[in-house]
Design a protein around this ligand. Structure first.
Ligand code: ZN
Length: 438
């Protein structure tokens, strides 16, 4: 390693419940330190051992970084990754004067179709989504989330709709809100801004000496269209519905808020003998809305930055909430994917994707490729960091619960797992992970 390389690396994972907030520290000979804040948000505070508020977390970050942040990374726009950048807590983070703020290309304000590296080649034809259209669609999805959420009180008051279903609708609706204040605060922060995509050179050599940061995702639309669409047929239908619903001059509510049977509302005046049907219709509508918000949740997840920090041969992997469609380009479709897989194989630290959902840790292409998984010698074993809260997202009956039990078992048995849910001392609502540099 070069003389200017870090001599130690530490990650502090704050227990924000369902959300991510991690501070990455590099220490240099002579005691100098550099700090990278990766995400700061929550949708659900943990039930116990939690910080009192986002301000408490922000003050702790300020304390830990000694008053200066070098880099702020906001992997994607979800509430559970950026809510802390708004309000009082956001002001505290801004006062730490980060040198560089890194966000995915989809967050670039006034995204231009002809932005370098983002323009779809002419050969793709005009029927394809342009970057600007995609950004507009992402915006529409937020409106849609807002509308879905507005249905929650009505559905909650309906006897035929299970409480767990309504809770999930509310949770996913909230996660996918626009978060305009946090987005604005992030734009105002930082001496330099980078809106990155696969392969972007972040030019961090001066900011983080001896650390090479590789951007593995998201791909641009030129590279891959997977992030803008879903492979599943039903999902496709919902995507079209989503795009239509966001059309100008017609509010998302007009489409989404409508019962699937347009005359269902008249059913409220139905004769006594037909009234049993009403809760069933509401239940069907709730199911349909849930499928819809799940899809828009996944689309937004796939705009996540995937960052690999390399210090010598030590790799620290932070994939945000990226799901398979985002990962596929780096791991499979990119011209240099073989070299990327080779480099990823020796990963030392893996921030578990999307709070431990199964489709954010590609099993064959990523997990099985990590050589440190299951290493007999504990000091050689892969370190995993999981920031999550059970019982908020997905459901066990459908094997979609987050974190997914099967994955957590694998993490526990084959890696050194640091789970924010295991903050078991009343005095600490964070987990400190010392990373051996090799
Ligand atoms: Zn998340």
């Amino acid at each position: 390693m070069a003389r200017t390389s870090p001599t130690a690396a530490t990650i502090i994972a704050y227990n924000v419940g369902f959300g991510d907030c991690m501070l990455l520290r590099f220490t240099y000979a002579g005691g100098a330190r550099k700090h990278v804040l990766i995400d700061f948000g929550t949708t659900k505070w943990p039930d116990k051992f939690r910080p009192k508020s986002l301000t408490t977390v922000a003050n702790k970050i300020a304390d830990e970084c000694g008053g200066t942040l070098d880099v702020v990374v906001a992997t994607h726009r979800h509430t559970d990754h950026i809510s802390g950048f708004a309000g009082e807590s956001g002001k505290i983070i801004a006062s730490l004067k980060p040198s560089v703020v890194v966000q995915p290309w989809t967050e670039k304000p006034n995204l231009a179709v002809d932005a370098r590296g983002v323009r779809p080649p002419a050969s793709t034809g005009s029927s394809h989504t342009t970057s600007r259209q995609f950004a507009a669609q992402l915006n529409d999805l937020h409106d849609l989330a807002d509308q879905v959420r507005s249905q929650v009180p009505r559905l909650r008051a309906t006897s035929g709709v299970p409480k767990t279903l309504v809770n999930q609708l509310n949770f996913l609706g909230e996660t996918n809100l626009k978060n305009a204040e946090a987005v604005k605060a992030l734009q105002a922060m930082g001496k330099r801004h980078v809106y990155a995509s696969f392969g972007t050179d972040l030019r961090l050599a001066d900011v983080l000496p001896g650390v090479e940061v590789q951007v593995l995702g998201p791909p641009t639309l030129t590279m891959s269209r997977d992030i803008a669409s879903m492979t599943d047929t039903d999902a496709d239908e919902f995507w079209h519905l989503a795009a239509r619903a966001g059309g100008r001059g017609r509010s998302a509510a007009a489409t989404v808020g409508k019962p699937i049977f347009p005359h269902a509302r008249f059913g409220r005046m139905a004769p006594q003998e037909a009234r049993w049907l009403i809760p069933k219709i509401d239940r069907m509508q709730a199911d349909e809305l849930l499928s819809l918000v799940r899809i828009l949740d996944a689309v937004m997840n796939n705009t996540s930055l995937i960052l690999l920090f390399n210090v010598g041969v030590t790799g620290l992997l932070f994939p945000g909430d990226a799901q398979l469609e985002n990962w596929r380009y780096a791991l499979h479709d990119a011209p240099n994917s073989a070299a990327i897989r080779k480099r990823l194989a020796r990963t030392s630290v893996y921030k578990v994707g999307h709070h431990g959902s199964l489709n954010a840790t590609p099993r064959t292409m990523l997990w099985n490729n990590f050589t440190r998984v299951g290493a007999a010698n504990e000091s050689e074993r892969l370190i995993t960091i999981l920031s999550t809260a059970s019982g908020k997202h997905g459901n066990e009956d459908q094997a979609t619960e987050v974190p997914r039990k099967r994955l957590v078992t694998e993490l526990k048995t084959k890696s050194r797992l640091y789970n924010t849910q295991d903050c078991d001392e009343k005095t600490s609502w964070w987990r400190t992970v010392d990373v051996p540099l090799r």
